[in-house]
Design a protein around this ligand. Sequence first.
Ligand code: SAM
Length: 219
Amino acid sequence: MQRQLEPELMDDAEQAAAYAAADFAEANGRFVRLFGELCGGFAGTALDLGCGPGDICLRLARAYPACTVHGLDGAAAMLDYAEAGLARQPELAGRVRFLQGRLPLAHGLADGYDALLSNSLLHHLPDPAVLWQAVRRYGRPGSLVLVMDLFRPPDDAAAQALVRRYAADAPPVLQRDFHNSLCAAFTPDEIAGQLAATGLDHLRVWVVSDRHVAVDGVL
Ligand SMILES: C[S@@+](CC[C@H](N)C(=O)[O-])C[C@H]1O[C@@H](n2cnc3c(N)ncnc32)[C@H](O)[C@@H]1O
């Protein structure tokens, strides 16, 4: 199936509310687990590109008490939920910061983060190079990289089957978003091509579930 773009930013209030209320514990927990396998322990600075409502940033900060996490997103509607989540966990204040910025433009980020992270941003980008260039721009030699996203199924019937399997009880807006995201996602081969085009082909591309692909390694 051909890639079908979906809107880039999730700045619609209803969409952001449904996304922030959804239970992504399994996927977000898997992300933090995979990061743990990559780093062993972590005490540095991490940048989460396209952090949305910030659940992964907060999970990382809880899992690694000596780390600092910056979350960047272009959608104010999403960052409102991220700030609210941080306010509910005041013990993380000072180690987690959320910033608004739409890649490739972003202000207030540091140089040379120790870890470059992103979950489910790639499929939103009309030009996927924007993510890989940001990984290079904000990383340094030795930075850890973990990017996870959906991958595009072979056809619409397969996409609809995944929606039935994993989102049958979700609100209609989330079912629609999940379907659109599957259709907007890249295949593992396409991602490998993107990495080669940005000089990041030493990173590993691997399928981690029936709908998720991960890219990991060290810059
Ligand atoms: C599907 S959400 C994923 C949110 C979060 N990473 C998670 O795993 O729950 C994708 C997020 O990327 C943001 N986004 C899309 N394009 C962006 C860009 N060019 N720069 C920054 N954020 C962007 C959207 O606003 C949205 O919040």
